[in-house]
Design a protein around this ligand. Sequence first.
Ligand SMILES: Nc1ncnc2c1ncn2[C@@H]1O[C@H](COP(=O)(O)OP(=O)(O)O)[C@@H](O)[C@H]1O
Ligand SMILES: [Mg+2]
Length: 386
Amino acid sequence: MTPAPGFPVVGMIGGGQLARMTQEAALALGVSLRILAAGPTESAARGGGDIRWGAHDDPEAVAAFAQGCDVVTFDHEHVPAPILVALVDAGLTVRPGPAALAHAQDKVHMRTAISAAGVPCPAWAVVSTPEDVVAFAGANSWPVVLKVSRGGYDGRGVWVVDGPEDAASVMSGNPLAPGVEWLVEQYVPFTRELAAQVARSPSGQAAVYPVVRTVQTDGICTEVVAPCPGLTDEHALAAQQVALRIAEALDVVGMLAVELFDTPDGVLVNELAMRPHNSGHWTIEGAVTSQFENHLRAVLDLPLGSPAARAPYTVMVNVLGGEHPDMYRAYRHVMARDPGLKVHMYGKDVRPGRKIGHVTVSGDDLESLLARAHHAADYLTGVIDE
Ligand SMILES: Nc1ncnc2c1ncn2[C@@H]1O[C@H](COP(=O)(O)OP(=O)(O)O)[C@@H](O)[C@H]1O
Ligand SMILES: [Mg+2]
């Protein structure tokens, strides 16, 4: 694969759907994206392009992959820090850098840093025994939320715990891997979940996207509405300011997604992602500049594109794997029924509950946008057949 003369090579570690959608943006910009994928059935590998094979936690594979890249960035965050530090020591450019990325890899590290920066978040503590959890609940209230500090995703590694027996059974049933801790948090009875995304470049330019409403079902993001309907200007501004503050305080480069809880008393930070994020898939059609393009612009230290919305509302609904392995079967019906709807499929093998695609639709009547997007997703998944 020979990059176009004069154009940079961006290396992305991880071959999931985020790398695949970043590849689309890279093609449009004429920038070469080199992707480190673990195997040929991964989403980005099926998308083609400059795919190199190797595991994200194999120091030699990552080092060989990074050689010749102008900048190295991430499709997923779980690349061990020592591997990234070795790249930096070898003179390579890694964005976001390992020190920033640590806050997206480790929820205790993140809570410690944002609490020190005065950013509002749920009450939390590091615990090691069920008795510690009981003491925390005594100082706050039941239920509480137990989380593993590292390695969780899509709700795996998160348990709502209702009492001492529950705490004991979660902790004994899920032995921690080395280097992982238990984090306990106050259960937040939020009115809704929000996400605020910022693109930030090494020169310090930042672009903040409209605040979106996210819906999590069994811990997995299923629906996003941009902008969040009914959010007060005060809370929207607070969420955007928190995201900008975190991006600067933690020296994030690239896309930062801040997941938040909206409550009557204000917004609280749940967690951070330092890469393109599911809450920003709506930006492909719904914003002037997609999160994938702005991630590339940011890590290349190019001026950022406008994050402004193109329509009053954009709705994104995830397509999760269901009982039917054949997604293409549904295309004729979905496309005939709704020519204004956009279908994205990630080229992944179907497994129940797995994120395999999403649909997006924009317009001004939110109720009908939601109905159209959910109909399409349910039809693709096989939940409904008419
Ligand atoms: N402190 C909390 N209070 C209430 N719900 C929570 C809390 N923490 C997490 N949740 C719920 O669990 C989901 C997943 O938790 P999160 O920490 O974001 O883990 P993951 O890394 O799997 O996304 C959240 O989106 C939210 O719905
Ligand atoms: Mg989350």
